[in-house]
Ligand binder design. Structure first.
Ligand SMILES: [Zn+2]
Length: 172
């Protein structure tokens, strides 16, 4: 596994254990060259999925690409990578089990946005603004309205800005 920091191929597994829901193996790795630490996940792939882009072009579903766009949206946000992993697992399982081999990219985008809404408001807005290709401020207002209607009224108010949200992940 190549080091994401210095691209060295000399990395070692330090720890290996199943994730909470036992759907993946989580490995902590350390780079022998730069000392960088990172985590990888090993999981089952049930079937091949094809994504149909807006242009009509068909490409194989690329989980790593999805993870990269999530990493960008979640950059410097206090979200446990295992929760992100679980969210993506859930999305992929849903796609795999619905029986359609071809999935519109729009559908995946909406599912990711639904998941991010529950994980982190900032990441949700970042992802949505890229994904929906905002053109005017009305788009942004609509998005914020979406965030507001998400919380049932009896729920606790969101944590103050800058403070990490709930540290314990709810069971999914
Ligand atoms: Zn390295």
């Amino acid at each position: 596994m190549r080091c994401p920091y210095c691209s060295s191929l000399d990395t070692q597994v330090k720890d290996s254990r199943p994730t909470e829901d036992a759907s993946s193996i989580r490995r902590r790795r350390v780079c022998s060259d730069c000392g960088g630490r990172f985590t990888t996940f090993e999981r089952v792939q049930l079937r091949e999925l094809t994504v149909v882009k807006k242009s009509g072009r068909r490409v194989p579903f690329d989980r790593d690409k999805l993870m990269r766009s999530l990493e960008i949206a979640l950059r410097k946000r206090p979200v446990d990578p295992e929760r992100v992993e679980r969210m993506v697992n859930g999305i992929v399982r849903q796609l795999e089990s619905q029986g359609e081999a071809e999935i519109p990219s729009q559908k995946i985008g909406e599912m990711v946005m639904d998941g991010l809404k529950r994980l982190d408001d900032v990441a949700f807005v970042r992802f949505a603004s890229v994904y929906r290709d905002f053109r005017d401020s009305g788009d942004f207002e609509a998005l914020v309205a979406e965030l507001k209607e998400r919380d049932p009224p009896d729920e606790e108010p969101p944590a103050p800005r800058g403070k990490p949200r709930l540290a314990v992940a709810p069971d999914v």
